[in-house]
Design a protein around this ligand. Sequence first.
Ligand code: C2E
Ligand code: CA
Ligand code: CA
Ligand code: CA
Length: 275
Amino acid sequence: AKSDGRRTYRFFEAGMDARAKARRSLELELRQAIADGSFELHYQPLLHLEEGQVSCCEALVRWRHPERGTISPADFIPIAEDTGLINDLGHWVLNTACREAMNWPEHVHVAVNVSPIQFKSQTLALNVAAALAATGLAPSRLELEITEAVLIRDDEAALDILHQLRELGVRIALDDFGTGYSSLSYLQRFPFDKIKIDRAFIKDLAGTGASSTIVQAVVNIAAASDMTTTAEGVETEQQRNLLRILGCTEMQGYLFSRPVSSAEIRKLLSSDREK
Ligand code: C2E
Ligand code: CA
Ligand code: CA
Ligand code: CA
């Protein structure tokens, strides 16, 4: 029994070692990729449910790896966060997205994801102001998407940065709403402009569970506080219809469009305007 335990332990250790090595090599490649600029932004439209027009496009980063092909952000954002590389990457994403949005119709906003780690750097608001100044984008067209992780420790410094961003005139959206812990209390900590309701609730909308009740409650709370709501991951007509009935403001998901390249989003936006 004892030797078995030791064998298991060694096996575990070897597994850890391989994983740590793979991670270390991905980290080195990530560092190089940031220096080389091997990233690309794709954009996914958010559709106004009543008016049927695109109101915003979310920038989603893609890593074009020479051998491994396109790597999903779910695989490299956590490493970029652990290593602090997210600050450089986030800076690039912000500037690239603001520049791209200058090619779109003026009523279309651009949404940029901001990692909680970026809130640890005191320069976030300065970087946002610099990106707006450099590209000429109107502040009201920029939406920053943050998760409740930013607010989790009642972090005064992070709240202070949120207020600085608000003073610049940019919009702040609470992303992935409902996935974390005791989410409602976070709505009191900062006056968000938008709540993005996580895909988990949209998936079960037509089912027998509590999802539609929860979505309705979120829509009501948002309306009472001058916030809009976006349903994430809308994949079916049935979900779209239910969301309209529930009074959700916008939808985002494969039903209308997957994230597409900058050339394709321009095409999509110019044909959307002619409607
Ligand atoms: P997110 O911010 O929640 O972005 C939405 C994700 O859902 C995107 O995955 C999008 O492609 C996917 N999605 C959209 N519609 C549908 C749908 O109808 N069905 C399904 N199944 N999925 C849908 P993606 O592009 O792989 O991004 C994953 C996550 O990586 C993002 O989740 C975000 O947290 C993070 N991320 C992406 N780009 C950035 C970035 O520039 N900075 C930071 N900090 N994080 C980023
Ligand atoms: Ca997002
Ligand atoms: Ca989300
Ligand atoms: Ca998510």
